[in-house]
Design a protein around this ligand. Structure first.
Ligand code: ADP
Ligand code: MG
Length: 705
């Protein structure tokens, strides 16, 4: 009997009902799904390293036998910390290995058993001169694994899979190897032949089989860096189809009738000049020119404006708004928090006053009459710019003529929220802004359908922020420093991770506010801001801070995004180890906005280790948002980095935009070129959907986004 891609896994040799259920939970129900589950690493088990030739500091794979370590009994010592020791030997000599949390190995490893061990060798810290492996990967191999020919375990390059529940890498390997023997070899290949040849890709069938069981002469280095021809082909496929979805979507948008704005008229130019409170930076000018060019086109703009915190995105947005308003249309500006929406409202009103544009604010929980009046003005067209939170997308908000939708800090919104805002107009122009500087490759995957503008310079006259790491014991000095800054006319923030005290033993904003106001800064004006205050209270305290009637603002992360008070020069963050890197950078972005030198003090124990330590050290080392974003991505990976709300990452099973960015660029180029020929693109999509009904669903994000 031959096996085909659409066969259910449950009838495969080695699977059975229980394992089938486990696989099903992972979304693996057919042979095709299982073949789509690819190894994450390979071991060269053709040429094992003889133990005597192991080099400390390097990764080796060895084949050895469990020994008693010299005595007559098998001595598996379990140390006090649950460390499990074992000694193995091959013809060339013995090797010691240690396993932390190795209790599970008790009784599983027996004398005489043969093991493949893979890991980094090191000099034993307690017995210099002895080499050991700590927490190596191990796999027990039995005698019949070593027979000539088709062993799955040794004598070949062996694929290592991530275990699925109780199904180990070894079991997966056997199940998949079992398929290959009877496989009918029918793997549809949709990629256009000329692309395949251009990159000398193997056929998809070959790519799939070789990725699971590479030929003996394949380079282990290429395999482990995901650069073998077979892997390259599979990665390219994922990117290509995703980019194709983006390209087709963009094409659809370009066929849409947009609102063509007139930009070159004198009254528009004059209006633009009138609103500018300062000389724009070169980067701001360049970006505005890009936006203006979009607005003149017959189809709607879809542009992402990226710029580090404080780079001056708001004024660019207001300039774009000016063009649209002068053309007789309305503008919506959506921000993720009420504080930020209120701030945008205030600065837009100030700036637009001279031009006589009506500006309104809509957030939830305001007085009914006030709200109805705003809604009426928006519907009549009297309001030219409506600023708001997600309250903007409620059904009751109806625009007379929405020409431009702007989303600030857009990573805080879901795809559908963005879409609902856009749907309030008839194909309005769309500008989304973010202070998360996304590396270009990721921007391509995530927002591949958007044009990208980057503000890569800060307004002049900013002094770099000095960032320090202080421990709890140095707090008295920190408060003294803050007192001095206030004495010379400046203001500061003190940040806490939680609003109220809880079992976590974290300092909380409310309790610390009381303490700081009464005991530490009795002579200063201390304010409190957190998410559970009523809107009016939030507005009031923010307003007092803005007017410098509050010296020190004790707050939670509600002030994380956007808040702009140039006179604030100190940011103290307690429990800094609790915050993510992007968040710390955003919080620090609240200061350093004026001419005076600003100081960020991260309070965290000096003993912290691992990622928390790296985060703080990164913050101290650099204030460059792009560097920080790269670092953050490396620490957390794209999934975590962007949260679960929206990221292209989920669209890929195997490809990784950061690791594979070159392939991504190629795939994008090819997909967009192919989409230039709509008939061919449609034909390809039809074939794709026939071989992979899941395609649409999988790339829904790209298609709906
Ligand atoms: P972000 O990009 O983080 O949204 P903002 O738009 O809030 O930054 O701008 C940060 C600060 O820089 C604001 O106080 C703004 O008035 C000021 N600013 C923006 N552009 C310029 C400029 N060209 N020259 C001087 N100050 C500027
Ligand atoms: Mg902003």
């Amino acid at each position: 009997m031959t096996i085909a891609l659409n066969n259910p896994v449950k009838y495969l040799r080695g699977v059975g009902p229980q394992r089938a259920a486990t696989l099903e939970e992972r979304g693996i129900s057919t042979v095709g799904d299982l073949l789509g589950y690819l190894p994450f690493r390979y071991e060269d088990r053709i040429r094992f390293t003889p133990i005597a030739e192991i080099v400390p500091g390097q990764v080796h794979t060895i084949l050895a036998e469990v020994t008693s370590g010299g005595g007559s009994t098998v001595r598996f010592r379990r140390g006090r910390a649950g460390v499990f020791h074992v000694t193995v030997r091959d013809d060339s000599g013995p090797l010691h290995a240690r396993f932390f949390h190795g209790a599970y190995l008790e009784g599983r490893l027996k004398e005489g058993q043969r093991l493949v061990m893979h890991g980094k060798a090191d000099v034993d810290a307690y017995r210099p001169g002895r080499i050991e492996m700590v927490n190596p990967q191990i796999e027990i191999v039995s005698a019949n694994d070593e027979g000539p020919g088709d062993s799955t375990e040794v004598g070949r390059i062996v694929p290592i899979y991530e275990a699925i529940g109780s199904i180990s890498s070894r079991m997966l390997r056997r199940i998949i190897y079992g398929i290959l023997g009877d496989f009918d070899g029918n793997v549809p290949d949709v990629l256009p032949e000329e692309i395949r040849q251009r990159y000398r890709f193997p056929a998809r069938r070959e790519a799939l089989l070789y990725t699971h069981f590479p030929p003996k002469d394949e380079s282990i280095e290429l395999l482990n860096t995901f650069r073998s021809p077979a892997q390259t082909r599979l990665i390219f496929d994922e990117f290509f189809y995703y980019q194709l979805a983006l390209a087709l979507r963009r094409l659809r948008e370009h066929r849409q009738q947009g609102i063509t704005m007139r930009v070159r008229e004198d009254k528009v130019r004059e209006a633009l000049k009138r609103i500018l409170p300062f000389k724009p930076t070169a980067a701001q000018k360049k970006v505005l020119a890009e936006i203006a060019a979009d607005l003149e086109r017959p189809y709607p703009m879809h542009r992402l404006l990226e710029g580090d915190v404080g780079s001056g995105k708001t004024i660019v947005a207001l300039e774009a708004a000016t063009i649209v308003i002068e053309n007789g249309y309305q503008v919506a500006l959506m921000a993720p928090t009420e504080i930020l929406a209120a701030q945008h409202f205030l600065s837009a009103r100030r700036i637009f006053q001279a031009a006589g544009y009506g500006v309104d604010l809509i957030v939830s929980g305001r007085k009914r009459a006030e709200r109805e009046a705003v809604l009426a003005r928006v519907e009549s067209g009297e309001t030219k710019l409506l600023v708001g939170t997600h309250a903007l997308i409620e059904d009751s908000v109806k625009f007379a003529k929405l020409g431009l939708a702007i989303v600030d800090e857009q990573h805080r919104f879901g795809v559908l929220q963005r879409k609902r805002l856009i749907d309030k107009g008839a194909s309005p122009h769309v500008l989304v802004m973010t202070a998360t500087p996304i590396p270009r490759t990721l921007a391509l995957t995530l927002y591949g359908d958007l044009d990208l503008s980057v503000i890569d310079e800060l307004p002049p006259g900013r002094t770099p922020i000095e960032t320090r790491w202080a421990s709890e014991t140095q707090l008295a000095g920190v408060w003294e420093f803050l007192r001095r800054e206030v004495a010379s006319g400046r203001q500061g923030f003190v940040l806490y991770p939680v609003i109220e005290e809880s079992k976590q033993e974290l300092k909380a904003a409310t309790a610390e506010y009381e303490r700081l106001a009464k005991l530490v800064f009795p002579k200063l004006r201390v304010g409190l801001l957190h998410g559970r205050l009523k809107n009016e209270e939030k507005d009031a305290v923010m307003e007092r801070f803005r007017r410098a009637e509050v010296d020190i603002l004790v707050a939670t992360t509600v002030i994380e995004v956007g808040v702009d008070v140039p006179n604030a020069t100190v940011m103290v963050i307690e429990h800094a180890e609790r915050f993510g890197l992007a968040q710390l950078h955003q919080l620090r972005g609240r200061i350093g906005r004026g001419k005076e030198k600003s100081h960020c003090i991260l309070v965290a124990p000096k003993t912290i280790a691992g990622e928390a330590r790296e985060r703080i050290e990164t913050m101290v080392a650099t204030s460059n948002g792009f560097e920080i974003a790269e670092r953050d991505l490396k620490l957390r990976g794209p999934g975590e980095f962007f949260g679960t709300r929206q990221h292209g990452d989920a669209a890929f099973a195997f490809a990784q935009p950061l690791r594979d960015h070159e392939l991504l660029e190629f795939a994008r180029r090819e997909a967009f070129a192919l989409a230039e020929n709509p008939a061919r693109a449609d034909e390809l999509v039809a074939r794709l959907e026939s071989v992979s009904p899941a395609w649409r669903k999988r790339y829904q994000l790209a298609a709906v986004g």
